[in-house]
Design a protein around this ligand. Structure first.
Ligand SMILES: [Zn+2]
Length: 289
């Protein structure tokens, strides 16, 4: 009976007010049909009557901003370094001038990345941890997670990202290392060879979100670039800024060091997008705007 009444009132409402106009009729989504683990990809949504757009992909929020062209919005999606291969929905929700919304779901295929492997010998204390060290690593991981899950609503950058340190890349993203024969989590960033004391600069405009002395990453600095995009700088000898500081693209923020789990001085540079570990090469080389 309740169901019949609901149908009656819905039908009556339709006669009285007419159907909700398809405010985003012709909504166009330009997205990658296939993506690989660790990749960063641009997406574009366009439609004449759209005033704002949001979305979700792989449990992360997709932030889209106006491009300047009427009804055109763009944003980035990130695929986690160990995302399971298979189909994932990209959900886009567009809002029209009268506040009504329309959603669209498309499917994206995640493929495994082709990452190399490498064997290294390190001090046993960096492979087998005592209980106190394990608890320390877990605690530092939780703190890092808490920070990168904080999504500043606005985008704090506008120019392309720049490499934070001069020097050759000696460790690629995704490289799977065997430490003393034990398989570790794939390499979460790129290693840039440099000497202790060399300058580390901000990859783009943002806010210093965290400075942490961690067991694995050594002295680590995180910069929030807004909308869930963070860059990480590890194994530092010292930081030249403090938490909460606003920094500019190319500004000196720290010095290279050899702190944490390292075999020598270098800068480990990592990127998080909507709390997924993603490939810094994509951010540096593809000149997203
Ligand atoms: Zn590294």
């Amino acid at each position: 009976m309740t169901h019949l009444l609901a149908v009656f009132f819905a039908t009556a409402a339709l006669f009285l007010f007419g159907p909700t106009p398809a405010i985003t009729a012709g909504m166009d989504i330009d997205y990658p049909k296939t993506v690989v683990q660790g990749g960063i990809y641009p997406i574009t949504v366009s439609g004449k009557r759209i005033v704002s757009v949001t979305g979700t992909f792989a449990r992360g929020r997709v932030h889209l901003i106006p491009t300047g062209a009427p009804g055109v919005f763009s944003g980035l999606i990130g695929v986690h370094i160990v995302a399971a291969a298979g189909e994932r929905p990209l959900v886009i929700v567009a809002t029209g001038p009268d506040g009504t919304t329309e959603s669209s779901i498309v499917s994206i295929t995640v493929q495994e990345g082709e990452f190399p492997t490498e064997s290294l010998s390190v001090d046993e204390k960096f492979v087998v941890y005592d209980e106190t060290t394990e608890e320390r690593i877990r605690k530092e991981g939780r703190e890092m997670k808490r920070v990168i899950h904080r999504e500043t609503p606005s985008r704090l950058w506008s120019e392309p990202f720049v490499c934070p340190c001069a020097g050759p890349i000696t460790g690629r993203f995704g490289l799977t290392r065997y430490f003393n024969g034990t398989r570790s989590f794939p390499h979460t960033g790129i290693d840039i060879s440099a000497n202790t004391g060399e300058t580390v600069t901000a990859a783009n405009d943002g806010t210093v979100a965290l400075i942490q002395d961690s067991y694995m990453g050594g002295l680590t600095l995180l910069i929030d670039h807004g909308q869930g995009l963070y860059t990480a700088y590890c194994h530092l000898s010292c930081a030249l800024v403090k938490e909460g500081d606003i920094v500019g693209r190319g500004e000196s923020v720290a010095r290279v060091g050899a702190t944490g789990r390292v075999t020598g001085a270098h800068l480990h540079f990592g990127v998080f997008l909507n709390h997924h570990i993603v490939n810094p090469d994509d951010l540096l080389n593809r000149r997203f705007r």
